[in-house]
Write a protein that binds this ligand. Structure first.
Ligand SMILES: C[S@@+](CC[C@H](N)C(=O)[O-])C[C@H]1O[C@@H](n2cnc3c(N)ncnc32)[C@H](O)[C@@H]1O
Length: 286
């Protein structure tokens, strides 16, 4: 156990305390002083839970606040899935953070060790690698399913994994040379998929004419909707600078705008005065 003030990642704990205080206020109970907070965490520091003295009064809050890996806060059903990421999202719209960097931070917020996740557009493998690092653990239950229509892309992804992960970790990744509209053909039935990520456009360093296209992208998103578990995320980084890119964004936006508010939280982040910058679209399944 450590006291709040001793823990090295004090920024995250400040956020925690702020959230607890907000929760207290919305539950009409007196916010608790920081001296009443203690932390229990696992030996590798990858996860910890927060424990509160006078637990009887705060039992409800205890149930709703957990914290996993680094700055990632697993949100309770009463909170926004983006809580705690405000600075990163603002960083994107102010041009201080890259789209993929912010997308990865949002994934980390949702994904847990041991999860099944899908990279629907492997490309050079950076997203596949990021996903693998988020889900891989000793249990070996995690799976990263990756796909691309270009052999080069899958070879690049495989090489990147060879350079950055152990053979045991790499075994958790299953790569397929198919169109992402066929996601459901490769995911074992009843696999609880937590994340499906799309990085639309062309393969960097490859043939710029070979891009994702609205028709198959939409079929893939429809499949993603079906395989995703509640609490899961469909993440899209949409590049608009190439021919057809803007039409693809419009198709994705029109689809997302029509999803039921009772079942989905849909949002996008875009820099208006940088019209060619990628657009981030997140579809959270409630
Ligand atoms: C922008 S790149 C992806 C970048 C990648 N995620 C990374 O981390 O390097 C887009 C990729 O989508 C692939 N792609 C295009 N159409 C596809 C389809 N129908 N199904 C699967 N992949 C597709 C392209 O071949 C290209 O490699």
């Amino acid at each position: 156990m450590l006291g709040l003030r001793c823990f090295p990642q004090s920024n995250y704990l400040k956020r925690f305390y702020r959230r607890i205080t907000i929760n207290c206020l919305s539950n009409s109970i007196q916010p608790l002083p920081t001296s009443n907070l203690t932390l229990c965490f696992s030996s590798n520091l990858s996860s910890f839970s927060i424990s509160i003295s006078n637990i009887h009064q705060y039992r409800k809050l205890y149930a709703t606040v957990t914290h996993t890996s680094n700055s990632n806060v697993t949100t309770s059903s009463t909170e926004s899935p983006l809580t705690g990421l405000e600075d990163d999202l603002v960083g994107y719209v102010l041009g201080k953070k890259k789209a993929t960097e912010v997308a990865h931070l949002v994934w980390k917020h949702v994904v847990q060790k041991g999860d099944t996740v899908i990279d629907a557009t492997c490309g050079n493998g950076y997203d596949t690698l990021a996903m693998l690092k988020m889900v891989a653990d000793e249990s070996g239950t995690a799976r990263v399913y990756g796909m691309d229509i270009q052999r080069d892309a899958l070879e690049n992804t495989s090489s990147l994994l060879d350079e950055n992960v152990t053979p045991k970790e790499k075994q958790l990744v299953k790569l397929f040379s198919i169109c992402h509209s066929r996601i459901e053909e490769i995911i074992p039935e009843n696999s609880p998929v937590r994340l499906v990520a799309f990085n639309l456009g062309y393969l960097p360093g490859g043939d710029k004419a070979l891009t994702t296209v609205p028709e198959t992208t939409m079929m893939a998103i429809e499949s993603a909707k079906r395989v995703l578990v509640p609490g899961g995320l469909i993440s899209l980084v949409v590049y608009v600078g190439h021919p057809g890119g803007r039409e693809e964004l419009e198709t994705v936006e029109s689809f997302a705008s029509g999803l039921s508010v009772d079942e989905w939280i849909c949002c996008k982040f875009q820099m208006l005065n940088r019209p060619l910058a990628p657009v981030l679209v997140f579809l959270f399944k409630k």
